[in-house]
Ligand binder design. Structure first.
Ligand SMILES: Nc1ncnc2c1ncn2[C@@H]1O[C@H](COP(=O)(O)OP(=O)(O)O)[C@@H](O)[C@H]1O
Ligand SMILES: [Mg+2]
Length: 258
């Protein structure tokens, strides 16, 4: 079910503002790609474009192509809602529906799709919570509100919710930035397990995290505020962190800017 993702000459705009320029990159199925780079270089913008959330912003548009197993997700006949179901997203701050029960949080997407069978919903609920390494911690309190969980548990709940609809690609925008170190490790372990089933793209500010969880790393940068962000280098993570092709990448990784 994991799918290949290709960005071809992707340019992203907010009205007159050219936010991201000429991104070309490929993500293999069942792999983790990390996006790194200074704040404002367009990492979140690229991620939102990949699941067609960008176009919800008034005046926002893109040029170029985003291919999912070779099919243009912006094609004329493609339904954006179907794209968002195939390409799931986890955000920086865990955003469960706070008063909704843990169980209902997990199956919210299935309910929207019209699934009514209680046994089916229960089955997906357990499978998704197990998939997000959360089942053992919550199995006795499935009817309690999602908002009552710790931050780390809430983020794993959001990951359960995202995988419950069986997406092909999982996008994560700094999923650990609001978490403590122990929860961060739990989510990182989970990412390593999820890549056996999903294609994963994760934005992270944490270089160690990129080095720990990803197979390839894409370094984005921008020349100055107001200039578009662009992809500087994409390579296997080990190479980016030991012997990058470009001095610009090396300087960023060494903490010399950003
Ligand atoms: N909704 C928006 N409207 C206009 N400009 C935006 C919007 N969101 C982000 N931007 C701009 O796009 C650029 C890239 O932002 P962003 O993708 O958030 O960068 P990053 O995630 O790398 O920090 C920034 O200049 C930012 O100000
Ligand atoms: Mg961002």
């Amino acid at each position: 079910m994991a799918m290949r993702l290709d960005l071809e000459k992707l340019n992203i705009f907010y009205g007159d503002f050219h936010a991201v320029q000429d991104v070309n990159l490929s993500v293999a199925p069942r792999s983790v790609t990390a996006f790194i780079g200074p704040s404002g270089c367009g990492k979140s913008t690229v991620l939102r474009t990949i699941n067609r959330m960008h176009e919800e912003i008034p005046g926002a548009y893109t040029k170029g192509k985003i291919l999912l197993d070779g099919v243009d997700i912006n094609g004329k006949d493609v339904d954006p809602v179907a794209v968002r179901r195939t390409i799931g997203m986890v955000f920086q701050r865990p955003n469960p529906f706070p008063t909704m029960s843990i169980r209902e949080n997990v199956v919210a997407g299935l309910r929207l799709q019209g699934v009514r069978s209680k046994s089916k919903l229960d089955e997906v609920c357990e499978k998704s919570l197990r998939g997000a390494n959360l089942w053992d911690e919550v199995k006795d309190r499935l009817d309690k509100p999602g908002g009552g969980l710790s931050g780390g548990q809430q983020q794993r709940l959001c990951i359960s919710r995202a995988i419950a609809v069986e997406p092909a690609v999982l996008l994560m925008d700094e999923p650990c930035s609001a978490l403590d170190p122990i929860s961060t490790l739990a989510v990182e372990d989970l990412i390593s397990e999820l890549k056996t089933d999903y294609t994963i793209v994760i934005v992270t500010h944490n270089m160690q995290q990129a080095a720990r969880v990803s197979d390839q790393t894409a370094f984005f940068n921008l020349e100055a505020t107001g200039k578009p962000g662009h992809l500087v280098e994409i390579n296997p993570t080990e190479k980016i962190f030991s012997n990058p092709d470009l001095k610009e990448t090396e300087d960023y990784i060494a903490g010399r800017f950003g």
